[in-house]
Ligand binder design. Structure first.
Ligand code: GRF
Length: 186
């Protein structure tokens, strides 16, 4: 049995999709969601799904002690970042070698790095006239969006697309592939 924690800073639609995907999987349990924002909508989803959710301030993440002890308490062995906006500190990376993955809403190495999150990514993709975008699932290392790439999937970007329509296409890819890739990695 593998035990996953999902880290999310915002809406948490990926967190919900992943939890639903594994509901009846006897080999996977998702007992914990961790956020850095108390007001993030992901907490409401967690409540509805019957999953515990915790909030740690940026300072607590940076110090890592409380976060690591929660991960230990819940016996977590794999961490999924799904719309999580803080950098993961080295201590946590060291505690979970090759066991932390992130999803980025573009085709890395393009449109990654600091400040490239959420709508900023899709705005940059449209502004630069890209013909395609997509998702990148990658291992997490100490730099934003630079860990080794596990999987990518693409969607078209047409001249009619706006950042919102690109975001919708990318979300579809996230919902379709992210849980499957997690399952394969476990
Ligand atoms: C997703 O597009 C994810 O790739 C990005 O942030 C978004 C999170 O959406 N990093 P949600 O919170 O899962 O709805």
């Amino acid at each position: 049995m593998k035990r996953i924690a999902v880290f999310a800073s915002g809406s948490g639609s990926n967190a919900e999709n992943i939890i639903n995907f594994f509901t009846y999987d006897p080999n996977v349990s998702i007992p914990l969601i961790i956020s850095n924002r108390k007001d993030a909508y992901v907490h409401e989803r967690a409540l509805k799904l019957g999953v515990n959710s915790l909030t740690f301030a940026k300072k607590e993440f940076d110090e890592t002690e409380k976060v690591l002890s929660a991960l230990n308490e819940y016996k977590i062995d794999f961490i999924v970042l799904a719309g999580f906006l803080l950098k993961v500190p080295q201590n946590i990376i060291d505690a979970y070698p090759q066991a932390i993955i992130n999803i980025h809403p573009a085709l890395l190495p393009k449109f990654g790095g600091k400040g490239m999150y959420g709508s900023h990514v899709h705005e940059a993709v449209v502004a630069s006239g890209e013909k395609e975008s997509g998702i990148t699932i990658h291992y997490v290392n100490e730099n934003y969006d630079e860990g080794s790439i596990i999987f990518q999937a693409k969607c078209d970007v047409t001249p009619d697309d706006t950042p919102e329509t690109v975001a919708n296409k990318v979300h579809e890819l996230e919902y379709k592939y992210f849980p499957e890739i997690i399952k394969n990695l476990l």
